[in-house]
Design a protein around this ligand. Structure first.
Ligand code: GAR
Length: 193
């Protein structure tokens, strides 16, 4: 199962996927390309470290969505890698029908809350400020509804009395690093059946 990862940030989840692959915990999945809309993103530094092609793709002209020429460039860069699965690991742009249609049924997203609670930006901060006692992370199939596609799996994190936002964030990220590679491994077994 050929996997393309899209991300905008430090890439700790992409790193968790690549470490799982190195340790043969990624089933039949293999990361073939990493793409970022941010030229300086930490996620791109994983390429040389793990021997995977990692490229910046210009997302212009929009700031928060992927549409128009930027969308066309991303579609071409993903298509060139012939993916069976496109993984959004901290890709901070809203996808539009062009991209969604090109890879229909093959895109999954990681979100740092127990959806449908706290969709959108800053899922961890939203949960923390609301004072919930449990939060976590979700991997879901991507549809046109932002953070609204079918849920594939979730992991739960308890917020203890006295936890700081930073402490909760660390717990959620640790949960993400275990959940996302496990879901990808499971999907790769399904593809083989
Ligand atoms: C992760 O916490 C992921 O859940 C979140 O961005 C972070 C990326 O971290 N994604 C979203 O908020 C999507 N709406 P990383 O770059 O270290 O993997």
């Amino acid at each position: 199962m050929r996997v393309v990862i899209l991300g905008s940030g430090r890439g700790s989840n992409a790193e968790a996927i690549l470490l799982a692959q190195q340790q043969q915990r990624l089933g039949a999945a293999r990361v073939v390309r990493i793409l970022s809309d941010q030229p300086g993103a930490g996620i791109l530094a994983l390429g040389p470290r793990f021997g995977v092609e990692a490229l910046f793709v210009d997302p212009a002209p929009f700031r928060t969505k992927l549409e128009g020429e930027g969308e066309a460039r991303f579609i071409a860069a993903v298509q060139a890698a012939e993916p069976d699965l496109v993984v959004l690991a901290g890709f901070m742009r809203v996808l539009k029908p062009g991209f969604l249609g090109a890879f229909a049924g093959r895109i999954i997203n990681l979100h740092p809350s127990l959806l449908p609670s706290f969709p959108g930006l800053d899922g961890i901060g939203q949960a923390f400020r609301r004072g919930v006692k449990v939060t976590g992370c979700t991997v879901h199939a991507v549809t046109a509804e932002v953070d609204g596609g079918p849920i594939l799996d979730q992991a739960v994190v308890r917020i203890e009395e006295g936890d700081t936002l930073e402490a909760v964030a660390a717990k959620v990220h640790a949960a993400e690093h275990a959940l996302l590679p496990a879901v990808i491994a499971r999907l790769s077994q399904r593809t083989r059946e």
